[in-house]
Design a protein around this ligand. Sequence first.
Ligand code: AMP
Length: 193
Amino acid sequence: MPKLLCVYCSSSDRLDPKYGVAAAELGRELVRQGWGLVYGGGKTGLMGILARAVKENGGHVVGVIPEFMKLRELAYDEADELVTVVTMRERKLLMETRADAFVALPGGFGTLEEIMEILTLRQLDVVKKPCVFLNQEGFYDDLFRLFARMLADRFFKPSNMDLFRVAGSVPEIFTQIGQSGNFQVESKWFETR
Ligand code: AMP
């Protein structure tokens, strides 16, 4: 089984095509770098583009999808493994435990919520795996400005800014993961959740 990259990204089909181009590039690149994909198991938006690119390039796809989304036919049925769960929370836990690193592509509320949970768990030292934002064309600049305000107003310590890395391009995602390099599985996980 390859290392699994957990990717959080948009489920919207109404995006500028440039976001899809980056998602497809990530799909190709992760296979080239010897990774598999674990993600929300959807077939729409960047999620679908990403998963299809991984499969088309001979990669391994693990989708984790709640039953209600499957019933609404939102699932990517061609995944090598499609794990069905009941709640969104179970889905996040499973994605988190299966992953060896996390990446957020541009996305909406769902993407933000998922990646913020990883940062929160990293802050508590429950998760130690690398976490990277793809800041495509400055998409996350305003979020990072908010983080800077949080830091300035002492809502968290300066070390919190080391809990994540920022990539300006798809290949850089893998450079950043390599530099954060901590692939150990958290033994504390089940005790602390
Ligand atoms: P959003 O950024 O709001 O489009 O939400 C995308 C994220 O939330 C993904 O990483 C998924 O895990 C989850 N999600 C939201 N909507 C869907 C959907 N229609 N199908 C699958 N996953 C979804």
